[in-house]
Design a protein around this ligand. Structure first.
Ligand SMILES: Nc1ncnc2c1ncn2[C@@H]1O[C@H](COP(=O)(O)OP(=O)(O)O)[C@@H](O)[C@H]1O
Ligand SMILES: [Mg+2]
Length: 250
């Protein structure tokens, strides 16, 4: 199994409070890693360190042989780490097609001068339609993104991640705010990130049935510490996890 990236003794303190303590974890290429833990356990903080929004107090993050611990968000994104479900990633005044096309264009690393590169432009528009089709939004391609429902915005964000060609996708509570009937469709699209598109996926989610249905392994955070990282079956059977979750709906 190839390692996608590794976290070594990662700690974060903010204003004297210890938020994460000594997290060590290898994430395999193309795996879906679920991250669970009670509110305030440090899940979002861990994503902030991985995407570069925050820098750790101690420890290292390596992407293959490259130490990315002190790299900017922008540089990490160039190296293939994408974080979704920040609504700011969608341009609400542009159409769905334009949103995806801009992400695809940026990822192609080519000039934004379309008149000089007409063939490339056609190709990118075709790809963008394909991606919208993949997430079930093709018929709405020419609508303004701002007119989409909450659930459809999430699907559009998945299309944007795919257009960005990121290798590692961080999903922080993708089901939050979704109505129950829309959850299965989003789960299936998220599943394709690993199965069809060969991404490495890290997903924080409170819905245990979603995590159990998607994750190859589950990491359990509690008060900033990594309790265990193992297969779903082993995690559920783990007595330390069970005791940490007493009173919490696992
Ligand atoms: N900017 C911040 N300043 C101070 N404390 C913070 C900050 N961000 C998060 N925390 C604290 O860090 C802990 C972990 O938060 P977070 O990573 O958001 O947890 P989770 O995503 O698991 O619910 C919480 O106790 C939270 O109050
Ligand atoms: Mg959180």
């Amino acid at each position: 199994m190839t390692s996608a990236f590794s976290i070594e003794d990662l700690s974060l303190s903010i204003g004297g409070a210890l938020i994460l303590e000594g997290i060590t974890l290898d994430v395999n290429e193309n795996e879906t890693l679920g991250i669970i833990g009670p509110n305030g356990a440090g899940k979002t903080s861990l994503f902030n360190l991985l995407s570069g929004i925050r820098k750790p107090t101690r420890g290292k993050i390596r992407l293959g042989p490259t130490d990315i611990t002190h790299m900017s968000v922008h540089r990490r994104a160039q190296l293939g780490i994408a974080r979704t479900f920040q609504t700011s990633s969608i341009f609400t005044n542009l159409t769905l097609l334009e949103n995806v096309r801009i992400a695809a264009q940026a990822a192609s690393g080519k000039s934004m001068n379309f008149t000089r590169n007409a063939y490339k432009f056609e190709e990118i528009v075709a790809q963008s339609y394909e991606l919208l089709d993949h997430v079930g939004l093709k018929t709405q391609a020419l609508q303004r993104a701002g007119s989409l429902s909450h659930g459809d915005k999430r699907l559009l964000e998945i299309a944007l991640v795919l257009a960005s060609k990121a290798k590692i996708v961080l999903l922080d509570e993708p089901m939050a705010g979704m109505s129950v009937e829309n959850v299965p469709a989003l789960v299936e699209i998220i599943r394709t990130l690993a199965t069809v598109h060969k991404k490495t996926v890290l997903i924080v989610e409170h819905h245990m049935e979603v995590i159990l249905g998607l994750a190859d392994r589950i990491a359990v955070l509690n008060y900033g510490e990594l309790l265990v990282c193992d297969t779903p079956d082993a995690v559920i059977a783990n007595p330390i996890v069970q005791s940490a979750y007493l009173g919490v709906n696992l």
